[in-house]
Write a protein that binds this ligand. Sequence first.
Ligand code: SF4
Ligand code: SF4
Length: 331
Amino acid sequence: MAFSLCPQDIGIILTYRCHGRCQHCLYNCGPHWPQETMSPATVRDVLKAVAIWPHCPQVHFTGGEPFLDFPLLLHAVELAAEFGIPRYVETSGSWCTGDELALSQFTELREAGLQAVLISCSPFHAERIPPVRTLRAVRTAIQVFGRERVMVYLPAFLGVIQRFEQERPTPLSVYEEELGPVEAQRVLWWGYGLIGGGRAGYCLGRLVARRPAEAFVHDTCANEILHAVHSHMDLYGHFISGFCGGLTVGEWRALPQLLADFQAGRYPDLVRVLIDEGPYGLYQLAWNEYAFRPRPEGYADKCHLCVDVRCHLAAAGEFLELRPLEFYKRC
Ligand code: SF4
Ligand code: SF4
């Protein structure tokens, strides 16, 4: 039997704030979130929690934008190094406003024990972040860490974002006009591998053919929730399986109990529905008990449906699985 909740890579969400507020963000991050970051004591706790897995996952420090609180990021890297946990950082490069700053911060991180850097690069980011900053982040990270320790997600977009303004963000509509609808769908939706969770389905669902809720009747979420290789733990104590932003499967502070519960098949109510019946099951529950009605234009994918139902439920009742609540404030 495959074990539940055994991720290989845990994103430690140090803050949900960032400069971006990108249309494709699965965690609804942006500058509108409270000015809250993980406390240094919580960083220690979360790393201790990660270390309880027999095959310790690697961690990436992320957000939001983890560089918004650079001393905290540095501290987190030092602690992960002390604990012997493999570690990298994920950044959009929005903070890379000058060569000196980029060089000094990447160098400090390397000296603190950071092993690698992942830099996000896409037209969605370039709509919020001047490409010159992303390119500076890539160039400087390679200078400090070496090419083999710098990942760009996605490298194919490095060339694409350089076709437009370098010093200023470029609206996504400019990319869509240049590409045309068919290519926009191929390059932006499928090329990036977009998931309709977070705000992606709402903001970008127009890129693909939308389908009614009934189209997802057979789509369950057992794999995404139980066997995700990539999961997140946030500053508020939530364990978020897979890429299911806004859906907490439990508290990482009680990780041994959470793992035991999942291994025994004991799940929080909404999580059980998603595992067994997928978002269509959630939709039926919300229709029957909370007067949910679907969007007439339909949904880009099952995660778009899921988020739409969860937004309705979060407004209608008290569900501990639907956390952090700030995620649901701008549905
Ligand atoms: S995708 Fe990244 S940069 Fe964009 S809003 Fe989300 S966390 Fe911020
Ligand atoms: S439908 Fe919901 S639970 Fe399933 S993978 Fe998507 S966001 Fe996660």
